[in-house]
Design a protein around this ligand. Structure first.
Ligand code: SAM
Ligand code: SF4
Length: 343
Protein backbone atom coordinates (compact mmCIF):
# COMPACT_ATOMS: atom_id res chain seq x y z
CA UNK A 1 0.00 0.00 0.00
CA UNK A 2 1.49 3.33 -1.01
CA UNK A 3 0.62 6.33 1.08
CA UNK A 4 0.33 9.62 -0.78
CA UNK A 5 2.29 12.64 0.43
CA UNK A 6 -0.68 14.53 1.87
CA UNK A 7 -1.81 11.49 3.81
CA UNK A 8 1.74 10.99 5.06
CA UNK A 9 2.00 14.55 6.34
CA UNK A 10 -1.32 14.11 8.17
CA UNK A 11 -0.22 10.80 9.55
CA UNK A 12 3.05 12.28 10.72
CA UNK A 13 1.13 14.80 12.78
CA UNK A 14 -1.08 12.16 14.38
CA UNK A 15 0.52 9.08 15.92
CA UNK A 16 0.37 5.62 14.38
CA UNK A 17 -3.18 4.29 14.65
CA UNK A 18 -4.21 0.67 14.75
CA UNK A 19 -7.51 -0.61 13.28
CA UNK A 20 -9.23 -0.26 16.66
CA UNK A 21 -8.39 3.44 17.01
CA UNK A 22 -5.59 2.91 19.51
CA UNK A 23 -2.66 5.31 19.07
CA UNK A 24 0.63 3.40 19.02
CA UNK A 25 3.24 5.57 20.69
CA UNK A 26 5.27 3.08 22.68
CA UNK A 27 7.93 0.70 21.36
CA UNK A 28 9.54 -2.01 23.45
CA UNK A 29 12.76 -3.37 22.06
CA UNK A 30 14.44 -6.60 23.06
CA UNK A 31 18.18 -6.00 22.57
CA UNK A 32 19.19 -9.61 23.11
CA UNK A 33 17.64 -12.93 24.09
CA UNK A 34 20.68 -13.65 26.27
CA UNK A 35 20.76 -13.17 29.99
CA UNK A 36 23.07 -13.66 32.95
CA UNK A 37 20.14 -15.09 34.99
CA UNK A 38 17.89 -18.07 34.33
CA UNK A 39 14.66 -17.17 36.14
CA UNK A 40 12.47 -20.23 36.58
CA UNK A 41 9.33 -18.65 35.09
CA UNK A 42 11.22 -17.16 32.13
CA UNK A 43 13.75 -19.71 30.87
CA UNK A 44 14.87 -23.26 31.32
CA UNK A 45 18.32 -23.68 32.83
CA UNK A 46 19.84 -25.10 29.65
CA UNK A 47 18.25 -22.48 27.45
CA UNK A 48 19.70 -22.39 23.97
CA UNK A 49 20.14 -18.87 22.64
CA UNK A 50 19.97 -17.56 19.11
CA UNK A 51 23.12 -17.55 17.00
CA UNK A 52 24.57 -14.03 16.99
CA UNK A 53 24.10 -13.85 13.20
CA UNK A 54 20.31 -13.94 13.73
CA UNK A 55 20.35 -10.94 16.02
CA UNK A 56 19.96 -7.36 14.76
CA UNK A 57 23.09 -5.22 14.96
CA UNK A 58 22.92 -2.15 17.18
CA UNK A 59 22.91 0.00 14.02
CA UNK A 60 19.89 -1.90 12.66
CA UNK A 61 18.08 -1.45 15.96
CA UNK A 62 18.84 2.26 15.84
CA UNK A 63 17.53 2.54 12.26
CA UNK A 64 14.25 0.88 13.20
CA UNK A 65 13.87 2.97 16.36
CA UNK A 66 14.51 6.14 14.35
CA UNK A 67 11.71 5.20 11.95
CA UNK A 68 9.38 4.66 14.90
CA UNK A 69 10.32 8.02 16.39
CA UNK A 70 9.63 9.64 13.00
CA UNK A 71 6.22 7.96 13.11
CA UNK A 72 5.36 9.51 16.47
CA UNK A 73 6.77 7.02 18.98
CA UNK A 74 7.16 8.90 22.26
CA UNK A 75 8.49 6.20 24.50
CA UNK A 76 11.03 3.45 23.95
CA UNK A 77 11.78 0.79 26.53
CA UNK A 78 14.86 -1.37 26.12
CA UNK A 79 14.50 -4.86 27.46
CA UNK A 80 15.54 -8.44 26.70
CA UNK A 81 16.87 -10.95 27.80
CA UNK A 82 19.06 -8.71 29.86
CA UNK A 83 19.53 -5.52 27.82
CA UNK A 84 22.59 -4.40 29.77
CA UNK A 85 24.60 -7.54 28.90
CA UNK A 86 24.46 -6.64 25.19
CA UNK A 87 27.96 -5.67 24.04
CA UNK A 88 28.36 -1.92 23.42
CA UNK A 89 24.81 -1.25 24.58
CA UNK A 90 25.81 2.24 25.78
CA UNK A 91 26.47 3.31 22.17
CA UNK A 92 22.85 2.63 21.30
CA UNK A 93 21.56 4.22 24.49
CA UNK A 94 23.60 7.34 23.80
CA UNK A 95 22.27 7.74 20.26
CA UNK A 96 18.65 7.03 21.20
CA UNK A 97 19.02 9.34 24.20
CA UNK A 98 20.03 12.14 21.84
CA UNK A 99 16.50 11.98 20.36
CA UNK A 100 14.88 12.81 23.69
CA UNK A 101 13.27 16.20 23.25
CA UNK A 102 13.25 15.89 19.46
CA UNK A 103 10.43 13.39 18.94
CA UNK A 104 11.17 10.95 21.71
CA UNK A 105 9.90 11.81 25.18
CA UNK A 106 11.32 8.98 27.21
CA UNK A 107 13.92 6.21 27.02
CA UNK A 108 13.57 3.58 29.73
CA UNK A 109 15.07 0.20 30.53
CA UNK A 110 13.82 -2.98 32.17
CA UNK A 111 16.71 -4.78 33.80
CA UNK A 112 17.52 -7.49 36.30
CA UNK A 113 19.84 -4.96 37.94
CA UNK A 114 23.02 -7.03 37.69
CA UNK A 115 24.88 -4.39 35.66
CA UNK A 116 23.51 -1.24 37.28
CA UNK A 117 26.58 -0.67 39.44
CA UNK A 118 28.63 -0.39 36.25
CA UNK A 119 26.29 1.59 34.05
CA UNK A 120 23.98 3.84 36.09
CA UNK A 121 26.00 7.05 35.83
CA UNK A 122 26.22 6.77 32.05
CA UNK A 123 22.57 5.83 31.68
CA UNK A 124 21.68 9.06 33.45
CA UNK A 125 24.18 11.04 31.39
CA UNK A 126 22.62 9.74 28.16
CA UNK A 127 19.10 10.74 29.16
CA UNK A 128 17.59 7.72 30.91
CA UNK A 129 15.59 8.84 33.95
CA UNK A 130 13.59 5.76 34.91
CA UNK A 131 14.45 2.07 35.11
CA UNK A 132 12.41 -0.95 36.10
CA UNK A 133 14.38 -3.41 38.20
CA UNK A 134 13.06 -6.95 38.54
CA UNK A 135 13.40 -8.37 42.06
CA UNK A 136 11.12 -11.21 43.11
CA UNK A 137 12.39 -11.74 46.65
CA UNK A 138 14.63 -10.14 49.26
CA UNK A 139 15.78 -13.50 50.62
CA UNK A 140 19.26 -14.25 49.20
CA UNK A 141 18.76 -18.03 49.07
CA UNK A 142 15.35 -17.79 47.47
CA UNK A 143 16.67 -15.20 45.02
CA UNK A 144 19.29 -17.72 43.95
CA UNK A 145 16.61 -20.38 43.61
CA UNK A 146 14.31 -18.21 41.46
CA UNK A 147 17.00 -16.66 39.25
CA UNK A 148 19.22 -19.77 39.35
CA UNK A 149 22.33 -17.69 38.52
CA UNK A 150 21.63 -14.35 40.18
CA UNK A 151 23.14 -12.70 43.25
CA UNK A 152 20.81 -10.54 45.34
CA UNK A 153 23.57 -8.47 46.91
CA UNK A 154 24.89 -7.45 43.50
CA UNK A 155 21.40 -6.43 42.39
CA UNK A 156 20.73 -4.42 45.55
CA UNK A 157 24.07 -2.65 45.13
CA UNK A 158 23.08 -1.90 41.54
CA UNK A 159 19.80 -0.47 42.76
CA UNK A 160 21.65 1.80 45.18
CA UNK A 161 24.00 2.96 42.41
CA UNK A 162 21.03 3.70 40.16
CA UNK A 163 19.28 5.73 42.84
CA UNK A 164 22.51 7.62 43.58
CA UNK A 165 22.92 8.40 39.89
CA UNK A 166 19.47 10.01 39.90
CA UNK A 167 17.49 7.22 38.20
CA UNK A 168 13.95 6.68 39.44
CA UNK A 169 13.68 2.93 40.05
CA UNK A 170 10.48 0.91 40.02
CA UNK A 171 10.63 -2.61 41.39
CA UNK A 172 8.85 -5.35 39.44
CA UNK A 173 8.08 -8.68 41.08
CA UNK A 174 6.41 -11.69 39.49
CA UNK A 175 3.89 -13.24 41.90
CA UNK A 176 4.76 -16.90 42.34
CA UNK A 177 2.46 -19.25 44.18
CA UNK A 178 4.01 -20.68 47.39
CA UNK A 179 7.34 -19.02 46.50
CA UNK A 180 7.22 -15.27 47.20
CA UNK A 181 3.49 -15.09 47.95
CA UNK A 182 3.99 -14.47 51.69
CA UNK A 183 6.78 -11.98 51.16
CA UNK A 184 5.00 -9.49 48.95
CA UNK A 185 3.77 -7.35 51.82
CA UNK A 186 7.32 -7.00 53.23
CA UNK A 187 8.68 -6.24 49.81
CA UNK A 188 6.14 -3.47 49.27
CA UNK A 189 7.02 -1.93 52.64
CA UNK A 190 10.73 -2.16 51.84
CA UNK A 191 10.34 -0.64 48.34
CA UNK A 192 8.15 2.22 49.50
CA UNK A 193 10.48 2.92 52.39
CA UNK A 194 13.36 3.18 49.90
CA UNK A 195 11.31 5.52 47.69
CA UNK A 196 10.56 3.02 44.89
CA UNK A 197 7.20 2.25 43.32
CA UNK A 198 6.38 -1.44 43.30
CA UNK A 199 4.55 -3.50 40.66
CA UNK A 200 3.36 -7.06 40.90
CA UNK A 201 3.15 -9.09 37.67
CA UNK A 202 1.09 -12.17 36.97
CA UNK A 203 2.99 -15.03 35.31
CA UNK A 204 2.26 -15.28 31.61
CA UNK A 205 2.34 -18.53 29.63
CA UNK A 206 5.23 -17.74 27.29
CA UNK A 207 7.72 -20.34 26.08
CA UNK A 208 8.64 -23.79 27.37
CA UNK A 209 10.35 -23.46 30.77
CA UNK A 210 10.77 -27.05 32.03
CA UNK A 211 8.42 -26.37 34.97
CA UNK A 212 4.65 -26.53 35.23
CA UNK A 213 3.20 -23.03 34.93
CA UNK A 214 0.00 -23.99 36.71
CA UNK A 215 2.22 -24.58 39.79
CA UNK A 216 3.58 -21.03 39.55
CA UNK A 217 0.41 -19.18 38.69
CA UNK A 218 -0.97 -16.94 41.38
CA UNK A 219 -3.93 -14.75 40.35
CA UNK A 220 -3.40 -11.15 41.40
CA UNK A 221 -7.04 -10.93 42.48
CA UNK A 222 -5.99 -13.22 45.34
CA UNK A 223 -2.85 -11.20 46.05
CA UNK A 224 -4.88 -8.01 46.16
CA UNK A 225 -7.44 -9.56 48.51
CA UNK A 226 -4.63 -10.64 50.87
CA UNK A 227 -2.96 -7.24 50.76
CA UNK A 228 -6.28 -5.61 51.62
CA UNK A 229 -6.17 -7.43 54.97
CA UNK A 230 -2.95 -5.54 55.84
CA UNK A 231 -3.13 -2.31 53.87
CA UNK A 232 -5.68 0.33 52.92
CA UNK A 233 -5.66 0.43 49.11
CA UNK A 234 -7.22 3.29 47.19
CA UNK A 235 -7.55 3.29 43.41
CA UNK A 236 -5.23 5.75 41.67
CA UNK A 237 -5.47 7.41 38.29
CA UNK A 238 -1.66 7.36 38.02
CA UNK A 239 -0.43 6.07 34.61
CA UNK A 240 3.05 5.48 33.22
CA UNK A 241 1.95 4.57 29.70
CA UNK A 242 2.34 0.90 30.63
CA UNK A 243 -0.26 -1.78 31.39
CA UNK A 244 -0.11 -1.49 35.19
CA UNK A 245 -3.13 -0.32 37.18
CA UNK A 246 -2.10 1.52 40.32
CA UNK A 247 -3.36 1.86 43.87
CA UNK A 248 -2.07 4.04 46.68
CA UNK A 249 -1.26 2.41 50.00
CA UNK A 250 -2.24 4.59 52.92
CA UNK A 251 0.10 2.96 55.44
CA UNK A 252 3.29 3.33 53.33
CA UNK A 253 2.31 6.39 51.29
CA UNK A 254 3.63 4.57 48.21
CA UNK A 255 2.22 3.35 44.90
CA UNK A 256 1.52 -0.26 44.02
CA UNK A 257 0.90 -1.44 40.45
CA UNK A 258 -0.75 -4.63 39.23
CA UNK A 259 -0.10 -6.11 35.80
CA UNK A 260 -2.85 -8.64 35.32
CA UNK A 261 -2.96 -10.01 31.79
CA UNK A 262 -4.90 -13.10 32.87
CA UNK A 263 -7.40 -11.98 35.47
CA UNK A 264 -7.95 -8.54 33.99
CA UNK A 265 -7.56 -7.95 30.30
CA UNK A 266 -5.53 -4.79 29.63
CA UNK A 267 -5.78 -4.88 25.84
CA UNK A 268 -8.36 -2.14 25.31
CA UNK A 269 -5.85 0.57 26.22
CA UNK A 270 -2.82 -1.05 24.55
CA UNK A 271 -0.55 1.58 23.00
CA UNK A 272 2.52 -0.52 22.24
CA UNK A 273 4.26 -2.89 19.87
CA UNK A 274 7.37 -4.99 20.41
CA UNK A 275 10.51 -5.47 18.39
CA UNK A 276 12.45 -8.67 19.00
CA UNK A 277 16.21 -8.86 18.85
CA UNK A 278 15.84 -10.68 15.51
CA UNK A 279 13.89 -7.81 13.97
CA UNK A 280 10.40 -9.27 14.20
CA UNK A 281 7.77 -6.70 15.06
CA UNK A 282 5.03 -8.22 17.22
CA UNK A 283 1.87 -6.20 17.33
CA UNK A 284 0.70 -8.13 20.43
CA UNK A 285 2.67 -9.89 23.19
CA UNK A 286 0.16 -12.72 23.22
CA UNK A 287 -0.34 -13.34 19.48
CA UNK A 288 1.92 -14.84 16.83
CA UNK A 289 1.43 -12.41 13.95
CA UNK A 290 4.57 -10.41 13.21
CA UNK A 291 6.32 -8.34 10.54
CA UNK A 292 9.91 -9.11 9.59
CA UNK A 293 11.61 -5.71 9.71
CA UNK A 294 15.06 -7.24 9.45
CA UNK A 295 14.14 -8.53 6.01
CA UNK A 296 12.94 -5.07 5.06
CA UNK A 297 16.34 -3.68 6.07
CA UNK A 298 18.12 -6.43 4.17
CA UNK A 299 16.02 -5.56 1.11
CA UNK A 300 17.48 -2.08 1.35
CA UNK A 301 14.44 -0.34 2.83
CA UNK A 302 15.04 2.65 5.05
CA UNK A 303 13.48 6.05 5.67
CA UNK A 304 9.99 6.44 4.20
CA UNK A 305 9.92 2.91 2.79
CA UNK A 306 10.67 1.37 6.16
CA UNK A 307 8.11 3.66 7.79
CA UNK A 308 5.48 2.45 5.30
CA UNK A 309 6.22 -1.17 6.21
CA UNK A 310 5.79 -0.26 9.89
CA UNK A 311 2.47 1.47 9.15
CA UNK A 312 1.20 -1.58 7.29
CA UNK A 313 2.18 -3.84 10.18
CA UNK A 314 0.35 -1.64 12.69
CA UNK A 315 -2.80 -2.01 10.62
CA UNK A 316 -2.68 -5.72 11.52
CA UNK A 317 -2.57 -5.14 15.28
CA UNK A 318 -5.12 -7.54 16.82
CA UNK A 319 -7.74 -6.53 19.34
CA UNK A 320 -6.23 -8.55 22.18
CA UNK A 321 -4.45 -11.66 23.43
CA UNK A 322 -5.79 -15.12 24.29
CA UNK A 323 -3.67 -15.97 27.32
CA UNK A 324 -5.01 -18.69 29.53
CA UNK A 325 -3.32 -20.71 32.23
CA UNK A 326 -5.37 -23.73 33.15
CA UNK A 327 -5.07 -27.43 33.62
CA UNK A 328 -6.63 -27.77 30.17
CA UNK A 329 -4.07 -25.63 28.36
CA UNK A 330 -1.45 -28.17 27.34
CA UNK A 331 1.41 -25.84 26.42
CA UNK A 332 2.37 -22.17 26.42
CA UNK A 333 -0.09 -19.76 24.73
CA UNK A 334 2.78 -18.47 22.65
CA UNK A 335 5.89 -20.51 21.93
CA UNK A 336 8.45 -17.72 22.11
CA UNK A 337 9.93 -16.85 25.49
CA UNK A 338 9.40 -13.49 27.15
CA UNK A 339 13.17 -12.98 26.78
CA UNK A 340 12.79 -13.08 22.98
CA UNK A 341 9.86 -10.69 22.68
CA UNK A 342 10.94 -8.57 25.61
CA UNK A 343 8.96 -8.38 28.84
N1 SAM B 1 16.05 -9.24 32.16
C1 SAM B 1 15.27 -8.10 32.41
C2 SAM B 1 14.46 -8.26 33.68
O1 SAM B 1 14.39 -9.37 34.21
O2 SAM B 1 13.91 -7.25 34.13
C3 SAM B 1 14.35 -7.72 31.27
C4 SAM B 1 13.64 -8.80 30.55
S1 SAM B 1 12.46 -9.71 31.51
C5 SAM B 1 11.81 -10.80 30.29
C6 SAM B 1 11.22 -8.48 31.76
C7 SAM B 1 10.20 -8.78 32.83
O3 SAM B 1 9.43 -9.87 32.42
C8 SAM B 1 10.79 -9.13 34.19
O4 SAM B 1 10.19 -8.31 35.17
C9 SAM B 1 10.40 -10.56 34.38
O5 SAM B 1 10.19 -10.84 35.73
C10 SAM B 1 9.15 -10.66 33.55
N2 SAM B 1 8.84 -12.01 33.05
C11 SAM B 1 9.64 -12.90 32.43
N3 SAM B 1 8.97 -14.02 32.08
C12 SAM B 1 7.70 -13.83 32.51
C13 SAM B 1 6.51 -14.60 32.46
N4 SAM B 1 6.48 -15.79 31.87
N5 SAM B 1 5.38 -14.08 33.00
C14 SAM B 1 5.38 -12.84 33.58
N6 SAM B 1 6.47 -12.07 33.65
C15 SAM B 1 7.60 -12.54 33.14
FE1 SF4 C 1 16.79 -12.96 32.47
FE2 SF4 C 1 14.89 -11.18 32.94
FE3 SF4 C 1 14.26 -13.64 32.02
FE4 SF4 C 1 15.16 -13.39 34.49
S1 SF4 C 1 13.26 -12.53 33.69
S2 SF4 C 1 15.86 -14.90 32.97
S3 SF4 C 1 16.56 -11.75 34.33
S4 SF4 C 1 15.38 -12.11 30.95
Amino acid sequence: MLINQEEKINNNISPLMDPFGRAISYLRVSLTDRCDFRCVYCMSENMSFLPKSDVLSLEEIETICTSFINLGTKKIRLTGGEPLVRKNVLTLIKSLGSRIGSGLEELTITTNGSQLSRFSDQLYEYGVRRVNVSIDTLKPELFKKITRWGNLEKVLNGLKAATKAGLKCKINAVALKDVNEDELQNMIEWAHNEGHDFTIIETMPMGEISEDRTDQYLPLSLVRANLRKKFTLTESEYKTGGPARYVKIKETGGRLGFITPLTHNFCESCNRVRLTCTGMLYMCLGQDDSANLRKELQDGKKGIELEESIREAILRKPKGHDFEISRRASGPAVKRHMSVTGG
